[in-house]
Design a protein around this ligand. Structure first.
Ligand code: PCA
Length: 209
């Protein structure tokens, strides 16, 4: 029997912006402890909090020493799975975080570079998800809220410590139950489809680490 020698840290976010749920949290928790090839998935739910969010990610990275990091978030009103290519050194929250703080026009790290590329195989993940019949895209912006901030903070931490641990981010659409309750209903994706997309991404990552 193959030994489980590798760890993939998988993160989701708690609900935010008045929502009761977050698909990224549900998908991350559904995969916690799962075995993918030689890898074990360790899942964590991050707070939507300007300090607590990045802090929780960096703490779990220090605790688990993962071989890869895959972060998930919800992008409400996006219709397809978004495999993020770029994290930018900019925070310009469109809504307050769960502590009521709304940061405007600030760097994630004043010492850091303008941006980082994802260090996961973005195009391959996108192609594999698409090949399995799930609508997806390569996205060139993870926004300027907590998802981008955590994505940037993780990549910056790995880069400044010279750690060759691949890290990336996937945004998931809202769930049908969220999108149908909005004043003007919008596009959504079922939990099962989002879960499958993330499993496909983890399969690609497993083969690379
Ligand atoms: N989505 C937000 C933050 C938490 C989440 O799930 C974002 O796109 O920044």
């Amino acid at each position: 029997m193959d030994e489980l020698t590798k760890t993939i840290l998988l993160t989701g976010f708690e609900p935010f912006g008045g929502s009761q749920t977050n698909p990224s949290q549900l998908v991350a928790l559904a995969l916690d402890g799962k075995t993918i090839g030689r890898c074990q998935v360790k899942s964590v739910v991050l707070p939507v909090d300007r300090t607590g969010g990045p802090q929780a990610l960096l703490e779990k990275m220090a605790l688990y020493h993962p071989n890869a990091v895959m972060c998930l978030g919800e992008a409400s009103r996006r219709a397809v799975v978004s495999v993020e290519k770029i994290a930018v050194n900019w925070m310009d929250y469109r809504i307050p975080d769960n502590q009521g703080e709304q940061l405007s026009d600030l760097p994630v790290d004043p010492e850091g570079p303008a941006a980082y590329f994802s260090t996961l195989p973005v195009r391959e993940i996108y192609e594999q998800i698409l090949a399995r019949g799930i609508p997806t895209e390569i996205s060139m912006s993870a926004g300027a809220f907590l998802c981008n901030q955590v994505f940037y903070a993780g990549l910056h931490s790995l880069a400044t410590r010279d750690l060759a641990v691949p890290m990336g981010f996937i945004h998931l659409p809202s769930l049908p139950e969220q999108a149908s309750r909005a004043l003007s209903p919008y596009a959504s994706m079922s939990f099962e489809t989002s879960l499958r997309a993330v499993e496909i991404a983890l399969d690609v990552i497993e083969k690379r680490i």
